[in-house]
Design a protein around this ligand. Structure first.
Ligand SMILES: [Zn+2]
Length: 519
């Protein structure tokens, strides 16, 4: 009788006293007593405790040996059934193959008689009870993790920008990693600006030496951990929810939700750029002909031993044709003159704060309305649950509807949080950013990438700009900028044009044909 013995490590071998050595010793002793011949020129000690047979290399080797040497092996012996398998489905597949190959698998501690009528029942009991243990154990682990999360503790490895710090033998907590957190903060800020795409921003940081793989980067931008929340996943029929974590936020909620809107594609985008734009003709989209009002276009032509780029009227080149270099530079100078002075910016600051207070009241109302909608959605979720339980919906339909409603609900939740969050009133950083932008507007117009230039210009000038070679005219600036510019000029004491009045705030709505008074 030729047998192969099989030993396998177990995660709880300490308690059960069944180390590989013990298993092998017992098996050899048994074979000796029975007079079996052990085939031991193949590996038989499994270091892998994997559930499925495919992931255990040693058993795979044994199976291959048996397949190649049909008829030479009579038994496959192991100490206990749980060393063979703790999973009834994979065990029955393997067992079926072994029996077909004429090999009898058996445990020497509880051998089955494959000639009896009861062996399937007993096999089920042996392997099934091992599997039950496994399920219980993993449930206990799940309960533990769920409990930890629900308390606002981070249950696994802290995300980028944080680190796990051991505070005692059994306890760790999460701290901000001062080496990486500034990168994460800078990335969120860049994305929130909405000027460059997240992917572009990721590559920019990668070039600076902080590389995050693309998929993890997008995941990171979605992770509420950064605003101090912990996600408690759906468990035992309870839907997923968020709790305030014990860790400190490194991203403020306003930035975070702005990033979400950008990722969701909800933020208003500037018109899609058609193909590549000639960087020397970045004003093409914005300029119109002072004679006929048609859009200006442009082209590069060779002549006089060099290449020159021109803007010209797309209707008739005789109307206007100008060297692009000059037009662009003139435009940069024009925007430079729009820079406000400090007094105006202080004023701007005050006005924005006023507006903010007004908005707070509105936000409250909006939040209440959203709360109402949210409870409607929640009612719907309950009702489809009932329908599903009553058999009026198939599982597929139910899942599909549940997914849709859950998404809706979480989007509303987000909106509500945004409106209720007091941090939202903190406009300082935003203000500083825009002031910095305004103060350096001409250098952006001269040096930024063509995409950024276009984005900036379209946010400043919602309507077309007329340029006759000397003067720029437009029907409307962005309202806020309009206000600032007018106030600036007033404070600068610039001469006013006839009949033009730069006076009160209420007069700050765009008026047709406004031409900067300092021209
Ligand atoms: Zn024209």
């Amino acid at each position: 009788m030729n047998v192969i013995i099989y030993c396998r490590v177990s995660s709880d071998e300490q308690t059960l006293g069944a180390s590989l050595d013990v298993q092998e010793e017992r098996l050899r002793k048994h074979c000796n007593q029975m007079g079996y011949n052990i085939i031991d020129n193949i590996p038989y000690r499994e270091d892998e405790s994997a559930k499925t047979f495919e992931k255990r290399p040693v058993i795979q080797g044994i199976m291959n040996y048996i397949r190649k040497n049909k008829g030479r092996v009579n038994k496959l012996l192991f100490l206990r059934w749980d060393r063979y398998s703790r999973d009834i489905i994979s065990a029955s597949e393997n067992l079926k193959e072994l029996l077909k190959l004429g090999v009898e698998p058996n445990a020497i501690e509880a051998p089955l008689d494959f000639n009896s009528d009861t062996w399937p029942l007993l096999l089920g009991v042996h392997i099934g009870s091992a599997q039950c243990d496994n399920i219980k154990r993993s449930k206990a682990t799940m309960d533990g993790i769920h409990g930890t999360l629900a308390k606002g503790k981070c249950a696994n490895k802290a995300p980028r920008g944080y680190k796990n710090v051991r505070i005692s033998k059994h306890e760790t907590h999460v701290e901000i990693d001062t080496n990486t957190a500034p990168f994460i903060q800078a990335m969120f800020k860049e994305v929130a600006k909405g000027i460059e795409t997240p992917c572009y921003i990721r590559r920019k940081f990668a070039r600076k030496g902080y590389n995050i793989p693309e998929s993890s980067f997008l995941e990171m931008l979605r992770n509420k951990f950064y605003i101090g929340k912990i996600r408690v996943p759906a468990y035992k029929g309870e839907p997923e929810y968020y709790v305030n974590g014990e860790h400190e936020a490194i991203i403020d909620e306003e930035t975070f939700y702005k990033v979400q809107e950008i990722l969701d594609g909800k933020r208003k985008k500037t018109p899609k750029l058609s193909k590549a734009i000639n960087p020397d003709l970045f004003l093409r989209k914005f300029l119109i002909c002072p004679v006929c009002g048609y859009a200006l276009t442009g082209a590069t032509s060779s002549g006089n031993g060099g290449k020159y780029t021109y803007y010209f009227c797309c209707n008739n080149q005789k109307h206007i044709r100008m060297r692009a270099e000059n037009v662009n530079e003139e435009f940069a100078r024009y925007t430079a003159q729009l820079k406000p002075n400090k007094t105006v910016l202080d004023l701007y600051n005050e006005i924005l704060k006023d507006l903010q207070n007004e908005r707070k009241g509105e936000s409250k109302k909006e939040a209440a309305a959203l709360q109402n909608e949210l409870s409607t959605v929640q009612k719907r979720i309950n009702s489809i649950e009932d329908k599903y339980l009553d058999g009026d919906l198939t599982k597929e339909q139910y899942n599909r509807m549940l997914e849709r409603y859950t998404k809706e609900a979480s989007a509303m939740q987000q909106q509500i949080e945004m409106r209720e969050n007091p941090n939202r009133s903190n406009i300082e950083p935003k203000l500083n950013y825009s002031i910095n932008l305004i103060n350096n507007i001409d250098s952006y117009i001269r040096n930024a990438s063509v995409g950024v230039k276009i984005k900036l210009i379209s946010s400043m000038f919602p309507e077309k700009i007329e340029f006759d070679g000397k003067t720029y005219r437009t029907n409307s600036y962005n309202k806020v900028l309009d206000l600032i510019y007018q106030q600036t000029n007033e404070l600068r004491g610039v001469e006013k044009k006839n009949g033009e009045s730069f006076s009160t705030f209420s007069a700050s709505v765009p008026r047709p044909g406004v031409e900067p008074g300092w021209k």
